[in-house]
Design a protein around this ligand. Structure first.
Ligand SMILES: Nc1ncnc2c1ncn2[C@@H]1O[C@H](COP(=O)(O)OP(=O)(O)OP(=O)(O)O)[C@@H](O)[C@H]1O
Ligand SMILES: [Mg+2]
Length: 394
């Protein structure tokens, strides 16, 4: 079982467990709320029965005592403060008053609580002879819980959903990565054997006196090319080795190779400083990038036009800039980022892989940047690569 596959199974199990926990907690909490509501309803019914009894029974006319002892005392959920006309607290219920407070402090505490109850109108209790009391109250804890519960539940589910999506999309990306890295490695591996055998055959041919030497030279060049391709595939399939080299030299080599292989109607020129520019580079992968950019340029110009490559160091930013400019059909600015996505192509026979590969090589393996610097429709495009300079203080 691979590392990635095992991780995916673990993530799946975690997600299922968390989803189960959320659901279980939700059900448990809802049940608790229902129970609390049930209890409070039961008390109300009980109160109702007692009120009926109080009205019917001839010897229990003491409305005030009934109000205080039954309604206020039996209420176990709604925070209530009973005050006189001047707003002085007389009694309270369901309010957590710290026990260590003195009488004055307790009074001040209750008055403060009273101010938070002002959003609900107080209930006036007329005790006769113009004597009144007021019942101040606020939402019970159950009501508060019920009010916020759907929002909390929704937020938890949303956060959980987003996290799950992020985890699985990153696993997916890693999976795709593995597929094409594995494919590249396997290709390199399979090419190795026939190439070695071809090399041996060339040695045999060299000993043939009658054979034209130029043919052998051409075959040798083709074998070298095959070796380069193999080394590219094997480099992309693992963390490639970088070595400090002169960027100008490598770029010249790539251009030289391209010149002989693209349409004669496309000219390639190189603008460069006289000093070498040293960067840490995997030469065969970098050449691949230049080739991809130039091939795209040739396609964009329909085989006729100019490609200008310029290399210049930017010491203040410690980078080398390589710009590839063509005189092709241009790219709309809305597509500057899209063109680097795998599978995006406007060509009949394109795979939409060239720029994805270039981006991976430059950004992941060389810690550089590649982007469209500017483009004008039907006039041309400039791609720019930035690579960190290798600067050593002597
Ligand atoms: N220099 C350019 N000028 C205009 N459009 C370009 C240029 N370079 C790339 N593009 C656009 O970006 C798209 C993606 O390029 P990319 O190299 O990734 O794939 P492709 O060339 O279509 O196919 P592949 O390289 O896999 O054979 C191209 O199809 C083209 O539309
Ligand atoms: Mg391409």
């Amino acid at each position: 079982m691979t590392h990635l596959y095992r991780n995916k199974m673990i993530y799946k199990a975690i997600v299922i467990v968390i989803a189960f926990l959320i659901a279980a907690f939700s059900i448990y909490y809802t049940n608790q709320l229902v129970k609390e509501l049930q209890n409070s309803e039961l008390r109300q019914i009980d109160l109702f029965a007692k009120a009926q009894k109080a009205i019917v029974s001839p010897d229990s006319h003491d409305g005030l005592s009934f109000l205080l002892t039954e309604i206020i005392e039996t209420n176990r959920t709604i925070p209530v403060i009973l005050t006189d006309e001047l707003g002085t607290p007389i009694a309270y219920r369901n309010i957590q008053v710290p026990s260590h407070l003195s009488k004055e402090e307790k009074d001040a505490f209750l008055r403060k609580e009273l101010t938070s109850m002002h959003d609900k109108p107080a209930i006036e209790v007329n005790l006769g002879d113009g004597w009144k009391q007021y019942i101040h109250y606020t939402d019970s804890l159950v009501l508060k819980k019920l009010r916020y519960y759907p929002y909390i539940q929704l937020s938890v589910i949303t956060i959980f959903g987003i996290l799950t999506y992020l985890i699985f999309s990153s696993v997916r990306r890693a999976e795709q990565n593995r597929i094409w890295v594995g494919l590249a490695k396997e290709t390199a591996h399979q090419l190795g054997t026939p190439i070695s055998s071809l090399m041996a055959w060339v040695e045999v041919l060299k000993s043939e006196e009658t054979l034209d030497k130029s043919i052998i030279e051409e075959i040798t060049k083709d074998i070298q090319r095959l070796q380069t391709i193999t080394s590219r595939f094997s480099s992309i399939g693992s963390e490639p080795m970088l070595s400090v080299c002169n960027l100008i030299e490598i770029t010249e080599k790539a251009i030289e190779y391209l010149r002989s292989r693209i349409s004669q109607k496309v000219s390639i020129s190189l603008e460069k400083p006289s000093q070498p520019i040293m960067v840490a580079l995997n030469a065969s992968l970098y050449e691949w990038v230049i080739e991809n950019l130039c091939k795209n340029a040739v396609d964009a110009m329909n085989g006729i036009g100019k490609i200008q490559i310029s290399i210049c160091p930017n010491f203040s930013r410690s980078i080398a800039e390589i710009c590839v400019t063509d005189t092709g059909k241009g790219i709309p600015s809305s597509k500057f980022k899209t063109i680097f996505k795998a599978g995006y192509t406007t060509k009949k026979r394109g795979w939409g892989l060239g720029l994805t590969l270039a981006k991976r090589i430059i950004e992941e393996y060389h810690r550089g940047k590649i982007y469209v610097k500017q483009s004008e429709l039907n006039a041309g495009t400039t791609f720019c690569i930035e690579l960190p300079l290798d600067i050593h203080d002597n």
